[in-house]
Design a protein around this ligand. Structure first.
Ligand code: AMP
Ligand code: MG
Length: 343
């Protein structure tokens, strides 16, 4: 029985009905696929944590389709107003003081709430149709790669889900920028994403701090000192061990060239294929982009990692992206995926 449903009017009606009745469905967004529930229904949100195996200390992002919805959940301020006009709908999440209607479970007991207005047309239609705020973390088992296609959700969580709404491959392919707007001293990026600190700074006319330090593997109790509780040391990881090599030529040598259980992912298709000597060489060398387009690389990152993860290698070596713009965001995810993010 299929569990992936198209975005036609009948499918959207059914998706909205499931959500209104307290069910959980997977939804497309421009960043990654999400696991959605009615954000004010505590029992439904509890099921999200169960299905993902997500620790209760890791708060959820709530998705809305208009500013009225956003203001009903969060205490608004001038920065939020300016940024919403500049970047919403889009891949920017605000952290603001929460209104009392938001269940403590959703915010992991914090007094703040994360909200976003996504721009994916199917998600927007669904949000308007159901007219509910939707809590939706990425639709993957906790710690695993985020899904950027409906098939990724089916493969990892299909057993526990009846309905995956198909919105095609995600346009951006990396999780949203998370921006703390609570500190009167200035906004701070808690998780980098497609909207950069520079773009935010241009709109607000002030400097933007970056507070993206990583967390322990699974942090113990919620600590007030954690800027963004979900940012674990190891996150977004494939099951196959992943190691970073800053440059292609550093990982294409020695034993790696003859060991058919090692896969390589270059940032860009190289002009010359490395000098593999084994017969499997052709099927263990991959790249994120043909011509160095960093947006294409971002779109392909999780998809390619899912694909290579299914191929039963013992080790994946991956090259870092050029460290600017979206390349720096790709690298931040790779450092977490390989468990080598700095504390
Ligand atoms: P996900 O939806 O799986 O991409 O994860 C959402 C992430 O947003 C969490 O893991 C946190 O890092 C961040 N987040 C959500 N709510 C808050 C909050 N109230 N304060 C700080 N960070 C938050
Ligand atoms: Mg996630």
């Amino acid at each position: 029985m299929t569990k992936i449903y198209g975005p036609g009017a009948e499918d959207l009606d059914r998706a909205a009905r499931i959500l209104a009745e307290g069910g959980i469905i997977a939804v497309p967004t421009e960043t990654v696929y999400g696991l959605a529930a009615h954000a004010l229904d505590e029992a439904a949100c509890g099921r999200i944590f169960e299905i993902k195996g997500r620790p209760l200390i890791d708060p959820l992002i709530i998705h809305i389709h208009d500013l009225i919805g956003a203001k009903s959940l969060a205490a608004w301020n001038d920065w939020a107003e300016l940024l919403a006009h500049a970047f919403w709908p889009g891949p920017l999440t605000f952290v603001l003081p929460k209104q009392s209607i938001v269940p403590a479970l959703v915010t992991a007991g914090l007094e703040t709430v994360a909200i976003r207005m996504p721009r994916h047309p199917v998600m927007r239609k669904l949000l308007i149709k159901c007219n509910l705020p939707l809590a939706a973390p990425s639709a993957n088992p906790f710690g695993y790669l985020s899904p950027t296609r409906p098939e990724h959700v089916l493969e990892a969580l299909g057993e526990n889900l009846e309905f995956i709404l198909d919105g095609g491959p995600c346009e951006i392919g990396l999780e949203s920028t998370v921006l703390d707007l609570c500190d009167p001293l200035g906004p701070a990026i808690l998780r980098p994403g497609a909207i950069s600190g520079w773009q935010i700074s241009e709109v607000l006319g002030i400097e933007i701090l970056v507070k993206t330090q990583s967390m322990p593997e699974i942090p113990a109790p919620v600590s007030k000192g954690m800027p963004s509780p979900g940012l674990m040391h190891r996150h977004y990881s494939p099951r196959t061990p992943l190691a970073i090599r800053p440059h292609l030529h550093e990982f294409c040598r020695d034993e790696a060239l003859t060991n058919e259980k090692i896969a390589f992912i270059a940032f860009q298709k190289p002009t010359e294929r490395p000098d593999f000597t084994d017969s499997a060489a052709k099927i263990r060398f991959f790249w994120l982009t043909e011509d160095g387009d960093v947006e294409e690389a971002a779109r392909n990152l999780y998809d390619l990692l899912h694909k290579v993860d299914r191929m039963n290698f013992n080790q994946i070596f991956i090259e870092l992206a050029p460290e600017s713009g979206l390349g720096a965001v790709i690298n931040e995810r790779l450092l977490r995926a390989s468990g080598s993010a700095n504390d």
